[in-house]
Design a protein around this ligand. Structure first.
Ligand code: SAM
Length: 349
């Protein structure tokens, strides 16, 4: 069947606020859709796509937090969802989600999910799907909310969103080693896209910690060379373990990233320490300035540097001071769990 003759499926993609454009580009590039992604009304963390390709194709997205099949019901209250046809649509969407990632249980994310109506809906869904209802720990997530699109009746109706797969897309199977201060994988993936994925690139990750940026770069496409550097011995172990779990290879050096790193690199990635977790606010001015200098020394002509940092003022000053070394191309603010880090994309002068 030609794609244009196929019926599309409404899918909502959630993301960390600030990454809408990056995710929109990624979705347009990787997924077969009818039209571009559109913002979800009243939300700063969700885009909707009309998916023409298989539902499993959304699992390729690396900058999305999660994907949900969107079911719209022209009903006045959630109680109506328990009736035959409506219930069957939800059961079918659960079946589609399970084909992408099998769950053993489900839960609701909805206002009033402990009410008798939701308990009844849970019992009917459990019976129809064979999944256990686990109010707090259920793997498959069903969001039930007031409709967000206007309807001819004037009543917004109700939406049921069925999450695709048993884990959010942002949960990475390769993360076998936990590391304090590890970068969020969807932000790391966004940094990789902003820096550009070129197969001939020699890639350097300064202060690599557990290797999130390196792994996300290497799973996005091949590279001619990949090197990570960190002072902490446990970072060397953690990044080696994560790289191995991801099935990608990089050389991890134990040492000071501000000292000369041997080689000549086309893409340099870094998320320097912030707050009290690694380093201190005072020492971070010197560290950010040192990072820009060290990255310049290690960078080939025309190289790109992508830095994620929470130290906004410190980085702004460091970038101003390093204007002979790096030209600012782009800045992206991200909102993640109460933190507001920023991504800087710089080109070597
Ligand atoms: C925010 S963490 C990086 C987290 C990493 N992206 C991840 O996902 O796990 C910052 C890292 O910088 C390292 N670091 C701090 N100063 C350094 C230096 N001068 N040279 C090398 N590594 C350094 C710390 O050991 C820490 O692992």
């Amino acid at each position: 069947m030609r794609p244009s003759a196929r019926r599309s499926e409404a899918v909502e993609l959630t993301f960390l606020p600030g990454l809408a454009d990056v995710l929109s580009d990624e979705a347009s590039e990787l997924l077969l859709t009818s039209g571009p992604p559109t913002p979800v009304r009243g939300r700063d963390d969700a885009l909707e796509i009309a998916l023409l390709g298989p539902l499993a194709s959304v699992a390729q997205l690396r900058t999305a937090v999660a994907a949900f099949v969107v079911l719209r019901f022209d009903v006045p209250r959630p109680k109506s969802l328990t009736s035959g046809d409506h219930l069957q649509r939800i059961v079918d969407a659960i079946g589609s989600s399970m084909r992408v990632g099998r769950s053993a249980s489900f839960r609701f994310e909805a206002a009033g999910s402990d009410s008798a109506v939701f308990q009844r809906l849970a019992a009917l869904l459990a019976e129809a799907t064979g999944l256990a209802y686990d109010e707090t720990g259920g793997e498959l997530v069903l969001r039930v909310r007031r409709g967000v699109e206007p309807r001819p009746s004037g009543d917004p109706g109700w939406d049921v969103l069925v999450r695709v797969g048993n884990r959010p897309l942002s949960a990475r199977p390769w993360r076998v080693a936990d590391y304090p201060g590890a970068a969020n994988a969807t932000i790391a993936a966004a940094m990789v896209r902003l820096g550009g994925v070129v197969p001939t690139d020699r890639v350097l990750n300064l202060m690599c910690g557990s290797g999130t940026l390196l792994v996300e770069r290497l799973v996005a496409g091949p590279a001619a060379e990949a090197v990570g550097v960190d002072l902490a011995p446990d970072a060397v172990v953690a990044s080696s373990d994560n790289l191995a779990a991801a099935g990608v290879r990089a050389q991890i050096l134990h040492g000071d990233a501000l000292a000369a790193v041997p080689g000549s690199f086309d893409l340099v990635l870094a998320d320097p320490p912030w707050g009290t977790l690694h380093g201190s606010h005072e020492s971070n001015a010197a560290l950010h300035a040192g990072l820009l200098r060290a990255a310049y020394e290690a960078a080939a002509p025309g190289a790109r540097l992508v830095v994620l940092t929470h130290e906004i003022k410190v980085m702004e000053q460091a970038v101003r001071d390093a204007d002979a070394l790096w030209r600012l191309r782009d800045q992206v603010r991200v909102f993640a769990k109460g933190h507001h880090p920023r991504i800087w994309v710089l080109d070597r002068t």
